[in-house]
Write a protein that binds this ligand. Structure first.
Ligand code: SAM
Length: 274
């Protein structure tokens, strides 16, 4: 079987965390190449940028939040003091996190694969269109590389992506993703039934009626993430699982207070470049 030929398994009432096949599309489980995942996501996020920002723009504005729980860098301080440091955001979307870091005195570059997401950002922010798998930056050119739910959930080869992030970084790589245990649940904010194996690494893939890949998501267990960090030559400093705060009564896709009070929805990994 070629890398882009997934097993055709149709999954009942399933949808991706941001995607949702609909129409004539099919949903499959299998594998895709980094190139076809990147091409799909460039199109998908360009087409959905306006809708995503209309729905979540207010919640994201003027802060660096690590996930739908609404827990922020101002609260957690995972980066330490940022004034004067050079910081790269990968999968920045419209760059709200970068904008906040800039307001704290950091030198910031916001990068994303989607031009439409970047275009929605502040014109004063340095923005670079780039695939998180292949960054157009020199070795050790930034102090910190980070991402809040950007690029990594949508790219198949996490160890290779993290090697690339470690290559350009002098100090810390920090990223948040959907907590791995959520993969075992449906993307339904109220449902707590375990519906598939936590250990199933087959990617979630949407295709259109021409069989082209249009959207993907990739699962790694906690152990896989730790292994990817170590194999990228970094040491793991912390895994943070933010608890759902009482102040947040909003549902964001499959993340809700109902689930968030019982199980983690986000995992934040803090890794040190050796
Ligand atoms: C859920 S959004 C998160 C954006 C931002 N951090 C936020 O919280 O709004 C995911 C972002 O990842 C970007 N993305 C997807 N695949 C990517 C890739 N291969 N390289 C870089 N960015 C990618 C998308 O364009 C999108 O802007």
């Amino acid at each position: 079987m070629q890398a882009d030929e997934p097993q055709t398994i149709r999954w009942g009432r399933e949808k991706g965390q941001f995607g949702g096949a609909g129409g004539a599309g099919v949903i499959e489980r299998g594998s895709v190449s980094p190139a076809s995942a990147a091409a799909a996501h460039r199109r998908w996020w360009d087409e959905h940028a306006r809708e995503y920002l209309a729905e979540h723009g207010d919640a994201l504005a003027n802060r660096l939040q690590w996930g739908p729980e609404g827990v922020s860098e101002a609260e957690l301080g995972l980066m330490g003091a940022v004034a004067g440091r050079t910081i790269l955001e990968v999968g920045s979307g419209a760059g709200q996190c970068s904008q906040w870091l800039r307001s704290q005195g950091a030198h910031v570059i916001a990068s994303d694969i989607s031009l439409e997401m970047l275009r929605a950002g502040d014109p004063g922010l340095l923005r670079v269109q780039a695939d998180g798998f292949l960054l157009p930056f020199a070795d050790q050119s930034v102090d910190i590389t980070f991402s809040s739910y950007g690029a990594l959930p949508f790219l198949p080869d996490a160890p290779a992506v993290l090697r690339e992030w470690a290559r350009v970084t002098r100090d810390l790589v920090i990223f948040s993703v959907t907590h791995p245990m959520r993969w075992a649940l449906l993307d339904d904010p109220e449902d707590l039934t375990i519906s598939r194996s936590y250990f199933d690494r087959n990617a979630y893939i949407e295709r259109n009626d021409k069989h082209e890949v249009t959207y993907t998501e990739h699962h790694r267990t906690i152990g896989d993430w730790v292994g990817a960090i170590v194999s990228a030559g970094m040491s793991l400093e912390q895994i943070v699982e933010p608890e759902w705060p009482d102040r947040n009564t909003e549902t964001w896709g499959a993340w809700s207070p109902a689930r968030g009070k019982l199980i983690p929805g986000t995992a934040i990994f803090v890794a040190k470049v050796k």
